[in-house]
Ligand binder design. Structure first.
Ligand code: GTP
Ligand code: MG
Length: 315
């Protein structure tokens, strides 16, 4: 699972990335790369203690810091191709909104709207381009799959024209699969982190509720102070405990964001055990055992006979 940290320039993307990765921030601007974080899972720890395997493999989430996005960047594709590709290949987005004063007004809602609009406009431009190219392929016009694709794209375009992200368009499985190939930005799950000043941490719940009530959709929101969290991430565990106590921080940002990400992406893990390895395999909630088996190997899904399952609690 691959999540891109996005946001406007100077919103604190790299600071947040440092907090998550434990790497020190570069001195000014820029981005930082990718960090891979294990999804904490008490069940896996317990199974490891019982089965004593050669190795234990957690489900993993990769997070990457990206270039800043501002008005027009995606619509006009002024952002570089590599960054655009990185956005398209993401499974979800973590949007950082500046909640601290940097000399300019704080407007988390306006910043959200800017990025949200860019996603919608970028998807529209992509669809329009595709429809234009299809129009030129007149020989294929009677081909049924061509017709289906065209109808589907027009349906998506209509939806976007109403300023609705594609994440809110429910499609039958076959269409969903087709749409996935386009990697539309507004179809990907999004979570928001408000990067607020230290002094606002005590009223974080209000800050979150305020923004959430104005968002068009049910987007999950967290408020953190990225700068504080980045300092925390560089401390020893003993220092961390004292610091967290002092600021009333109950869980490190890493844990909070990973749990939020797993939830937002609708993931669960299924667990396999043995002498060789105990492992958590991330799958979509609601998948059948046969599809879940495919997470291990497509053969296990294609040649599936039956599954005997036992819930962790029962075990
Ligand atoms: N006061 C305050 N300043 C912060 C906070 N987080 C980041 N900053 C400062 O804001 C500036 C920008 O932070 P970055 O993390 O580099 O922001 P960015 O989004 O990565 O910026 P670009 O990569 O240039 O788009 C830096 O000077 C940070 O020290 C915060 O929580 N509070
Ligand atoms: Mg940066």
């Amino acid at each position: 699972m691959y999540i891109s940290i996005i946001g406007k320039a100077g919103s604190g993307k790299t600071t947040l990335f440092s907090a998550l990765s434990g790497m020190a921030s570069p001195t000014s601007g820029g981005s930082h790369g990718i960090v891979s974080i294990d999804v904490p899972d008490e069940r896996l720890d317990y199974l490891t203690s019982v089965f004593n395997p050669k190795k234990t493999v957690h489900a993993r989430v990769e997070l990457s810091d990206t270039v800043a996005i501002d008005e027009g960047d995606l619509k006009n594709e002024t952002i570089n191709q590599k960054s655009l590709q990185q956005l398209r290949s993401s499974d979800a987005f973590l949007l950082v909104l500046r909640g601290f004063d940097n000399g300019e007004n704080v407007s988390t809602l306006a910043d959200f709207r800017t990025i949200f609009a860019e996603f919608i406009l970028s998807d529209m431009a992509q669809i329009e381009g595709r429809l234009e190219r299809m129009e030129k392929q007149s020989l294929k016009k009677d081909n049924p799959s061509f017709q289906q694709e065209k109808a589907l794209l027009e349906q998506c375009l209509n939806h976007l024209n109403n300023e609705r992200p594609l994440s809110l368009l429910s499609l039958p499985d076959a269409d969903d699969k087709r749409v996935r190939g386009f990697q539309f930005l507004s179809r990907k799950p999004m979570m928001i982190v408000i990067n607020c000043p230290e002094k606002e941490l005590s009223s974080a719940d209000t800050v979150v509720a305020d923004l959430q009530s104005q968002l068009p959709d049910n987007i999950p929101v967290l408020a953190v102070c990225a700068k504080l969290e980045a300092e925390l991430a560089l401390m020893s565990p003993e220092e961390q405990a004292i610091f967290m106590d002092e600021y009333g921080i109950k869980e490190t940002i890493r844990g909070r964001i990973i749990h939020l990400a797993v939830d937002t992406m609708g993931l669960i893990s299924f667990l396999t055990v043995g002498d060789d390895e105990c492992r958590a395999w991330p799958i979509k909630r609601g998948m059948s055992a046969q599809d879940a088996a495919g997470a291990i190997h497509t053969d296990l899904s294609n040649k599936f006979i039956r599954a005997e399952t036992v819930s962790y609690e029962a075990l």
